[in-house]
Design a protein around this ligand. Structure first.
Ligand code: NAD
Length: 255
């Protein structure tokens, strides 16, 4: 039975997509959810209101996690709201970039790593004082960390730089699990396949949907809730013996 009663949870990038569905799932399981957002104040506040209308507890907090000081700014707000205890940390905020390898710029590359790797690294560093025995960290990776999707070749658009940020994130997850395990902190990754959100805009076209469905055993496009339910499980004591794992949640992608 999944319950997060009396637990506190932070979900980064929670104003929309997978983060939003995750915030809703964690609140439905009883957690007090800190809804982090970058710029979308209105969406974050309407999510908080939605959770509260359903009898849950939530607060919205903001920081730009692509900046050098973003993680520390966010951690400061978290500590002010939860005191000395954060039970669940969901590292969800992320950006993607699809381009031919020749077209990637240094700025694209740096932005991807700043948001998808540096942000999570320093957020965990800054939140260590409030994480402890029984806390669970869940990072949203991607199937592309381990699988080549799309057509390989120099002329085709590629997610190579994005994929390498998720590979780095999974390396952090395995190492955090080893380092923090003796303190009773579990750390896992969820690796979604194609999920219907603003990020995966190719699922909005018939051709794009066909490509996505062609890669999967299950023949529908994934939804944010498909990921959120697994995150809620990993966050809960039902997953108490799972750490250092990366769980594919992708409808049987590339089987
Ligand atoms: P999305 O674009 O809807 O959501 C991304 C969230 O991250 C947004 O709330 C955005 O505001 C936030 N964010 C981005 N940069 C930020 C910054 N600098 N500071 C603060 N917040 C920032 O996309 P999504 O699909 O919901 O993505 C959520 C996570 O899932 C990402 O880590 C993404 O890489 C991963 N993922 C998505 C898919 C997919 O198919 N949609 C597949 C695999 C993995």
């Amino acid at each position: 039975m999944i319950t997060l009663e009396d637990k506190t949870a932070l979900v980064t990038g929670a104003s929309r997509g997978i983060g939003r569905a995750t915030a809703i799932a964690l609140a439905a399981a009883g957690a007090h959810v800190l809804v982090h957002y970058g710029r979308s104040k209105q969406e974050a506040e309407s999510l908080v209101a939605e959770i509260q209308r359903k009898g849950g507890h939530a607060d919205a907090i903001s920081a730009d996690l692509a900046t050098a000081e973003g993680a520390a700014l966010l951690a400061k707000q978290v500590r002010a709201l939860v005191g000395d205890r954060l039970d669940v940390l969901v590292l969800n905020a992320g950006i993607s970039k699809l381009a031919r390898i020749a077209d990637y710029t240094v700025e694209d590359f740096d932005n991807l790593f700043a948001t998808n790797v540096r942000g999570p690294f320093f957020l965990v560093q800054q939140l260590l004082p409030v994480l402890g025995e029984g806390s669970s960290i869940v990072a949203i990776s991607s199937a592309v960390a381990r699988t080549v999707v799309g057509k390989p070749g120099l002329e085709n658009p590629s997610v190579l730089a994005y994929a390498s940020t998720k590979g780095a994130l999974e390396t952090l997850v395995r190492n955090w699990a080893a380092i923090l395990g003796p303190g009773g902190i579990r750390v896992n990754a969820v690796a979604p396949g194609v999920i219907d959100t603003d990020m995966s805009n190719f699922t909005k076209t018939e051709a794009g949907r066909e490509v996505a469905l062609g890669m999967q055993a299950l023949k529908r496009i994934g939804k944010p809730e498909d990921i959120a339910d697994v995150v809620a499980f990993l966050a809960s004591d039902a997953a108490r013996w799972i750490t250092g794992a990366s769980i594919p949640v992708d409808g049987g992608s590339k089987l």
